[in-house]
Design a binder for this molecule. Structure first.
Ligand SMILES: [Zn+2]
Length: 328
């Protein structure tokens, strides 16, 4: 790490789902048999519905985590190109900037959709942490990034802090301790203020931009060559997610030069901003890793039969949220 290349984390070994999916086969054998029993007894129609439901969740989970990772890398772009004063670790600043962007730049999905996506991101970090503990891998206390479990609580804190009254249920759902929770409103306000400051810097300088001179964030895709790469590529391209984020950042932030986002076949589950080449390299291995994590979480849901969700309570008052319980 030379300071010019900043990564989004996911320091777990390469994430080829064909192999990582297999390493946890034996502990889960009973659950797989149990799942098979239910599928058989429920008949073909139910099996199809289960597959559709699983795939729907996998797609949501993968795209939500790609989106958060992209915001994180685009935050590195903004920090390196606009050079705001940064106290503390750049990685923490990038996470906070990504969180505020996710919460403020909701498109058609609204707040319920935003919460669903952020829960998927938080669940991803928690699952990464659990896998590290189960495999007795080294905890990277020395790393530029916060530990996976800290990033989980950081997301919970900022979402809760954005509106403590409305999001009170998140405290219970995430088990965020009161000692941290009582400062979350201030943490959110500080991050929100920093985001506003960056936008104001952009709008001031962008008055000088003509349409021709406006900087562009371009997107390039290599085909994902993994076993399920074709499907993952289709999810990514059909969503228009990457192009939407690229356009949003180029339009709102002052960038002195053009930037490229490239999805490439590289061995590590990683995404990184390279300031020398003005490129965000997003490895397909990381997209594959997200699919693997989604499936690990699905196994949990089968084990527990119930899972907590951060969704608003449609049957209650407009601003009330509850810890809803859903069976799969
Ligand atoms: Zn980073």
């Amino acid at each position: 790490m030379n300071g010019q290349q900043t990564t989004s984390q996911r320091m777990i070994p390469p994430a080829d789902i064909a192999t990582t999916g297999g390493r946890r086969l034996y502990p889960c054998l009973c659950m797989i048999m149990l799942a098979a029993f239910f599928i058989f007894t429920a008949g073909h129609s139910s099996a199809r519905e289960t597959r559709a439901s699983n795939e729907e969740y996998e797609r949501l989970f993968v795209l939500a985590n790609v989106e958060f990772t992209l915001w994180h890398e685009l935050a590195h772009v903004v920090i390196w190109e606009m050079k705001p004063p940064v106290f503390g670790r750049e990685e923490d600043a990038a996470d906070n900037l990504a969180m505020i962007a996710e919460m403020r730049m909701q498109e058609s999905e609204g707040e319920a959709g935003m919460l669903e996506k952020l829960q998927a991101v938080a669940d991803g970090w928690k699952m990464e942490w659990r896998l590290i503990q189960e495999d007795e891998l080294e905890n990277a206390y020395w790393d530029l990034h916060a530990l996976e479990i800290q990033r989980y609580y950081n997301i919970a804190c900022l979402v809760y802090g954005a509106n403590p009254e409305k999001h009170a249920v998140i405290l219970e759902a995430t088990q965020l301790p009161t000692d941290r929770a009582e400062g979350c409103r201030d943490e959110y306000a500080m991050a929100n203020h920093a985001f506003d400051w960056l936008l104001s810097q952009g709008s001031h300088r962008m008055k000088d931009y003509s349409a021709i001179n406006r900087r562009v964030i371009s997107v390039r895709y290599e085909d994902n060559r993994s076993i399920e790469g074709e499907k993952l590529d289709a999810w990514l391209k059909e969503s228009g997610l990457v192009e939407r984020l690229a356009e949003a950042v180029a339009r709102r932030f002052y960038l002195p030069r053009n930037v490229e986002i490239s999805f490439e076949n590289c061995p590590f589950a990683n995404a990184a901003w390279n300031a020398e080449t003005a490129n965000i390299k997003f490895c397909h291995s990381l997209v594959n890793r997200f699919l693997y994590l989604a499936r690990e979480l699905q196994k949990d849901r089968l084990r527990q039969a119930e899972a907590s969700f951060w969704q608003p309570d449609a049957g209650n008052s407009e601003h009330a949220y509850r810890l809803s319980l859903r069976k799969d």
